[in-house]
Design a protein around this ligand. Structure first.
Ligand SMILES: [Zn+2]
Ligand SMILES: [Zn+2]
Length: 149
């Protein structure tokens, strides 16, 4: 079953459509994602050009690190994405908040990153690839000046 994946913020002022059906979503347990999302960040990886904004007048961004920014609705405050701003082949790559999709039907939690930052008080059931901060940074080939994403 192929469903057009659409989503938006809580108040509906920001709306988007994904160009391709996502494979699933991943969890990031880093402290910045925890603050931004207010809970556990669940994101869908979107390549540059993979999202069309149908309404974005209230979409604002906050530069959260030297190489990334985060998007949110300035009316309702919904967390919407993390986006890589660092120049390079992956510039524009995003993690769109899974919870902003209109439906998560048919999508599974497929990965967890920064697992070494996960608070002890919660854990997702089931088995999937889990990576530490060091493993994530090694895979991305970056040496951060400090902090995570
Ligand atoms: Zn909104
Ligand atoms: Zn994170």
């Amino acid at each position: 079953m192929t469903v057009a994946r659409t989503g938006g913020c809580l108040c509906g002022a920001v709306r988007y459509r994904l160009a391709a059906p996502p494979q699933g979503y991943g969890a990031c347990h880093c402290g910045m994602c925890r603050k931004f999302s207010g809970g556990i960040e669940l994101g869908i990886q979107i390549m540059p050009g993979g999202i069309a904004w149908e309404a974005d007048e209230t979409l604002h961004t906050y530069r959260s690190s030297e190489w990334a920014e985060r998007g949110f609705c300035s009316v309702c405050g919904s967390s919407l994405f993390w986006r890589l701003t660092m120049p390079g082949p992956m510039q524009g790559m995003m993690s769109v908040a899974a919870g902003s999709l209109d439906s998560l039907d048919g999508l599974d939690l497929v990965s967890e990153v920064f697992i070494d930052h996960k608070p002890a008080g919660h854990a997702f059931a089931g088995e999937r690839p889990r990576m530490t901060e060091a493993q994530v940074l090694e895979m991305a080939g970056v040496t951060p000046p400090g902090g995570a994403a």
